[in-house]
Design a binder for this molecule. Sequence first.
Ligand code: NAI
Length: 462
Amino acid sequence: MADYDVIVIGSGPGGYVCAIRCAQLGLKTACVEGRETLGGTCLNVGCIPSKALLHASHQLHEAEHNFAKMGLKGKTPSVDWNQMLSYKDDVIGQNTKGIEFLFKKNKIDWIKGWGSIPAAGQVKVGDDVHKAKHIIIATGSEAASLPGIDIDEKTVVTSTGALELGKIPKKLVVIGAGVIGLELGSVYARLGAEVEVIEFLDTITPGMDVEVARTFQKLLTKQGLSFTLGAAVQSVAVKNNKAKVTYKLRKDDSEHTVDADTVLVATGRRPYTDGLGLEAAGVKLTDRGQVETDAHYATSVKGIYAIGDAISGPMLAHKAEDEGMAVAEIIAGQAGHVNYGVIPGVIYTHPEVANVGATEETLKDAGTPYKVGKFSFMGNGRAKANFAADGFVKILAHKETDRILGAHIIGPMAGDLIHEICVAMEFGAAAEDLARTCHAHPTYSEAVREAALACGDGPIHS
Ligand code: NAI
């Protein structure tokens, strides 16, 4: 007889949410986690700690740049880096303990240790083999480095090391102008580091709506980050705790070097499935190392499922969470489902950048007739009052039907504002539906409504 209905391997946002949903649906559930604390990369060394540092460093930025303008005069705070790190650790602790509490509340067993799958229906942790009717792989991802670069997590770091540097570097080189590079690059730029971002492509945040990416780069440049685009990093040499980064410009193949106190390698992540014994268990991987799944998260072996960063799709905590809930519901005999067309993406810089659905570029490529409704935060009273008027809301709607196809926001609280558009898209709304919805004044969300109005007869405040 099986010990459990479900064993989830991994307790990140995909795994722990999945375990809770399984338990809520009456399934006897355990979750295997080898870290000291629950929550996976996101809570321990990812989303949550980086947000703590972004928040703290943004407060400093406000004190340095905006307080005096509002009549708040006096000494600008100085940075106590160790205190900032312990604030961050405290935030992590509160969140990871919160999950431990939720596991107890939902009667989920935490099996401590690293799990492997000797065969379908079995999860081995240490010397113990636990039997389960269903096994869910939710083991997430790990930083992918580049050839010629050795990560020591001190001088050459991934996001993990960047969240606990011994001191604030004078010069930080970030390799990769993606989400991690720009969020953590922003943190250290605000804390006084000289930050240079080296990116392989000719644009930052590849895949993002190009107009937004250009504005984003301008705003980050104003904040002191510098960008070297179209540059392929060749190697990083470390001597006496200093690094020398060598890169080649793609346009003319010229070689350049730059010195740094710290190098952050942020060139993407890859699925983490080491030690699971997937090959022996017969679980197929794609050629990109992702666990191969069908539309119901089933792998090639009956009774074994996979979700989150370990499978295809965007590597986002909330995508993993939704898949965790969906697979739990499917196992419980319900109709679990994720709408991959409406998964928001957010970059938590200042201003924030958020998107959902199609970009102008993808619509053009697909030959879809579309119209653009745009509204600048310059026309939003609340944003002006809060020194947050940089950026805009851009809504893309079908030219004939007015149905919302995508939205892109760069501006204050973009990561929260995007969700009314996500809900609208889930309901198949037209831009006019948003435009006719009363939005409280004065709020940032009025800019969303104005952009929706701009898809029709035009906005009021521009
Ligand atoms: P990314 O895929 O967002 O960006 C990596 C960047 O590195 C790309 O712009 C790529 O062109 C560049 N690159 C690759 N090779 C290079 C080379 N040799 N030289 C210079 N540049 C090179 O990956 P990132 O930022 O490491 O993030 C990893 C994952 O974590 C992503 O899937 C991201 O979505 C997720 N994440 C999400 C967050 C959020 O939702 N706020 C926060 C942090 C991470």
